[in-house]
Design a protein around this ligand. Sequence first.
Ligand code: FES
Ligand code: FES
Length: 152
Amino acid sequence: MIKITINGAVRDVDVDPDTPLLWVIRDILEMTGTKFGCGAALCGACTVHLDDQPIRSCSTPVSAVGDGKVTTIEGISGKATQAVQAAWTKLDVVQCGYCQSGQIMSAVALVSQNQSPSDAEINSAMSGNVCRCATYVRIRAAIHEAAATMRA
Ligand code: FES
Ligand code: FES
């Protein structure tokens, strides 16, 4: 039995320690907002926060979480989250939506830590999140918008 703290709750999960965190989140805990894309740390669809830092849950064994706090798209909250959500809505960022949970998790981590990101810093922070609908221009604009909200 492995104990993990996720979205503020301590959960016991009966899985092999090598089980990817993504499968624990989706299949055991039935939180399906976090998506499976590549399974190889290449697309970012599975991005969650571990102690407020974005990680790829598809390539993180559940045993590696330890005492860290996992946050998924279902559990994020606070000023940066509200700013990102409002900017995403205002700029109508989403197309098919499949990548967007991961995009938002990376964006929230970025604007929490950097409230005046340059285009280059945004590109760097978001480089691990692929969007097959190519919403990159709107994502970058929305991150600037969210950062401005954080500065206000
Ligand atoms: S599913 Fe994890 S990075 Fe693609
Ligand atoms: S909105 Fe479709 S993959 Fe990004």
